[in-house]
Design a protein around this ligand. Structure first.
Ligand code: SF4
Length: 86
C-alpha cells in the first residue's frame, strides 16, 4: 500500500515501510533489499523488523508460537491457547 506521503508498506498492518515513492520507483522498491528480505522472512516463517509488533494474524501467531516454545507464554485465555481477539 502507499500512504499519502509516498511511503510504500507491505500492508496496512506493517509499522515500517519498504521505501518511498518520492525517493524510488515502484520497481526499485519491489526489488529493493527491504522487500526481498521481507518476502524471504515470511517464506521462512520469520517476522521481519518492518512487521514487528503488527497486529496481523501472521505476526501474532509467530509471536505466540515463540512464547510457547520458550515456556514464557502468558496463557491469559481460559483455554491457555493465547488466541486473542486479533
Ligand atoms: S506479516 Fe503482517 S504486517 Fe507483515 S506484511 Fe504480512 S500481514 Fe503485513
Amino acid at each position: 500500500m502507499v500512504t499519502a506521503d509516498g511511503a510504500v508498506k507491505p500492508c496496512c498492518y506493517a509499522l515500517g515501510q519498504l521505501g518511498n515513492l518520492h525517493d524510488a520507483t515502484p520497481e526499485e522498491i519491489w526489488n529493493g533489499r527491504a522487500a526481498i528480505e521481507l518476502r524471504s522472512f515470511i517464506k521462512t516463517d520469520k517476522i521481519h523488523p518492518i512487521c514487528a509488533g503488527a497486529p496481523c494474524k501472521f505476526v501474532q501467531n509467530m509471536q505466540s508460537m515463540a512464547l510457547t516454545a520458550t515456556g514464557a507464554h502468558d496463557a491469559t485465555e481460559p483455554d491457555g491457547s493465547g488466541d486473542g481477539p486479533i
